[in-house]
Design a protein around this ligand. Structure first.
Ligand code: ITT
Length: 198
């Protein structure tokens, strides 16, 4: 196995989060910490199938990695869905951020008064024995007219969650964890996990 952030001996109750995104991993850790669920990062390559469903993308990758590593594996697929762009970039958010970035997305929306958008996160938890569970989280909000704030990652500088007056990047970790799609999804996972004790 390669790429894990922490290489201490495996614990059957440890969740291995397959991701190359340290921000996602840190957010997940913060959310799971009060539930005393241990999570470790496994920065191993994974297959991202072509699909418009975040859940399907996450599930395929989690099942494949669970078999490959013979462990219980967690994969999260997330994206930003902009209403006036018919849901773009959605499942392509990572690629769009890496190519045209925040500036490019704002450019596509220039002159648009409708700024509604949402973030969604789909989590898939898979065991090597083929069973899997899915959890999702969503946060509605608006896209700002210009980037603001330096914290977080991805599209955080332009997303203002509903009910708030600042972007995720302005708000910091407590603010992000109060509103974010990822926080909702990971809390659902935690409640299920501590009840089920797989
Ligand atoms: P892994 O696949 O390795 O987990 P990734 O960043 O490529 O990392 P995704 O394929 O799920 O993950 O892409 C999601 C993209 O959506 C991410 O790269 C950001 O650009 C954006 N995104 C998702 N959640 C976000 C958040 O909480 N804040 C800002 N941008 C976010």
């Amino acid at each position: 196995m390669h790429g894990e952030a922490d290489t201490s001996p495996s614990d059957k109750r440890t969740l291995w989060f397959v991701t190359q995104n340290h921000h996602k991993y840190q957010e997940a850790r913060r959310i799971l910490n009060p539930f005393e669920i241990e999570i470790r990062m496994l920065a191993s390559p994974k297959t991202e199938i072509q699909s418009t469903s975040l859940g399907e993308i996450a599930k395929f990758a989690a099942q494949e990695a669970a078999k490959k590593h013979n462990r219980t594996i967690l994969v999260e697929d997330s994206g930003l869905f902009v209403k006036v762009l018919n849901g773009f970039p959605g499942p392509f958010s990572s690629y769009v951020h890496a190519t045209i970035g925040v500036g490019g997305l704002l450019h596509l929306m220039s002159g648009e008064t409708g700024r509604e958008a949402y973030f969604q996160a789909s989590l898939a938890l898979a065991s090597p024995r083929d069973s899997s569970q899915e959890f999702s989280g969503k946060v509605n909000g608006t896209i700002s007219h210009k980037p603001a704030g330096k914290q977080g990652f991805g599209f955080d500088p332009i997303f203002i969650p509903k009910g708030a007056r600042k972007t995720f990047a302005q708000g910091g970790t407590e603010f992000k964890d109060k509103y974010s799609h990822r926080a909702f999804a990971f809390r659902k996972l935690a409640l299920w996990y501590i009840k089920t004790k797989i």
